[in-house]
Unconditional design. Structure first.
Length: 420
């Protein structure tokens, strides 16, 4: 979606005749009359349920241009940049009145956040390379985008798309992007919106689709595939398996930076094809993260030391202790909102000197369950140890025990509890 035309999209011009695009227009949008009433809210969720052609352009066009293209072009949807510090074009037309006018006239809107970019990319501002920080930045971006959408009258169950431009993906960069998008998705659901992402097929789309079944990351609701192959469909080629995001959850930007004239109005646009539908937003996801430094959330005896040795730690430090043949559990305390199923994920730094059989103790409704974790591998990320039934109320929920036949220091760093 990025354009470099004097720092912004070229302006609209009025031409003497009609210049058709180079792609077929069999899927022309139904012609609608110009709006006669103005309200300060969009007509329904955006883009809602829609199959057909759309376009995106750097600056929201004038009302006259939108009316002309609605009556003359094959397009029925438009991408609009509503928020984000990476936007390069001014938005003098983008107001709640403009939004209400377009949706009243039959246009579907694609709200876009263009903000944090991949840490390994070239565009700024960049999200943190640290997955934990990137996740929190995704939450902040979701709040900013949801607030901007609400100010424009774009209401709940609308989809907001996070634009992450092409980047040279690698293991650490991929982890940051996927963590950012997890925070983005979870917080948009809290705010009542669906979560989408626009990116190049070769980078962001491939990374998201490769992680489709990865429990460490939260799945998006829709993907917007940038793949300029000139074909107006929602196929992603080798970048995303056909059975991923297959339930009317795809948009395809199939051509970019093209100039079209309809009804005497010329715009430089990207061409898109949509197959999307409204889906109920998932229940607001309750989650709690407890670090060893969380006030009132962690207790351990004086035999547990404190270290900041490993860069894979969560937060500023973590706790460690030698194995013993008696109970000395470091406990994580949390308030569970309602009795039910909760996924427990743990974070620890990995090291060859740490324990290969660290016991994690989960206090369930039917008694304590112990899960052994090898803390010599797979550190520096969230690792699920299972789903358990936890009782409502406040208490010690997850512990790290020193009673193990394994060798090496046992480590207590952070725990995440998520309702499922």
């Amino acid at each position: 979606m990025t354009r470099t035309v004097a720092g912004c999209l070229v302006g609209l011009t009025v031409a003497a005749g009609l210049v058709a695009p180079t792609v077929p227009v069999a899927a022309a949008a139904t012609i609608a009359q110009a709006p006669t009433a103005v309200t300060l809210s969009a007509a329904g969720p955006q883009p809602g349920t829609f199959t057909g052609r759309g376009f995106d352009t750097c600056t929201a066009p004038s009302q006259a241009a939108m009316d002309t293209w609605r009556a003359s072009s094959p397009y029925g949807a438009i991408g609009i940049y509503i928020s984000g510090d990476s936007r390069s074009c001014a938005q003098p037309n983008l107001t709640a009145t403009w939004v209400a006018n377009q949706t009243s006239n039959g246009w579907r809107l694609l709200p876009i956040e263009l903000g944090y970019q991949a840490p390994c990319g070239t565009r700024a501002p960049k999200m943190s390379a640290d997955p934990r920080t990137a996740r929190s930045q995704g939450v902040a971006a979701a709040n900013s985008a949801a607030t901007a959408a609400q100010a424009l009258g774009i209401g709940s169950t609308s989809t907001i798309y996070n634009d992450i431009e092409q980047y040279p993906s690698n293991t650490s960069c991929r982890a940051a992007v996927l963590s950012f998008l997890s925070g983005w998705t979870e917080q948009l659901h809290v705010r009542g919106y669906l979560a989408g992402m626009y990116s190049s097929g070769t980078s962001g789309i491939k990374d998201v689709c490769d992680a489709y079944d990865n429990p460490n990351y939260t799945r998006l609701d829709q993907i917007w595939i940038a793949w300029w192959n000139g074909v107006a469909d929602t196929d992603a080629g080798s970048y995303c398996a056909d059975d991923h995001y297959a339930n009317h959850q795809r948009l395809h930007q199939y051509a970019g930076n093209v100039t079209e004239t309809w009804g005497g109005v010329t715009m430089t646009i990207d061409r898109n094809y949509l197959d999307v539908t409204v889906t109920p937003t998932p229940p607001q996801q309750w989650t709690a993260t407890i670090d060893n430094s969380s006030s009132g959330g962690f207790t351990a005896s004086s035999d547990w030391g404190t270290s900041a040795y490993s860069a894979q730690r969560f937060g500023t430090d973590y706790r460690f202790a030698t194995p013993v043949t008696s109970s000395d559990v470091a406990w994580y305390r949390s308030t569970i909102p309602t009795t039910g199923s909760y996924e427990i994920s743990v974070w620890y730094p990995a090291d060859a000197g740490y324990n290969n059989q660290t016991p994690y103790v989960v206090a369930t409704t039917t008694g304590s369950k112990t899960i052994s974790v090898n803390q010599r591998i797979n550190g520096g990320r969230w690792a699920s140890i299972g789903v358990f039934t936890l009782a409502a109320g406040t208490g010690n929920r997850v512990g790290v025990s020193r009673w193990t036949s394994g060798t090496g220091f046992v480590v207590a760093d952070a725990v995440r509890i998520t309702r499922v």
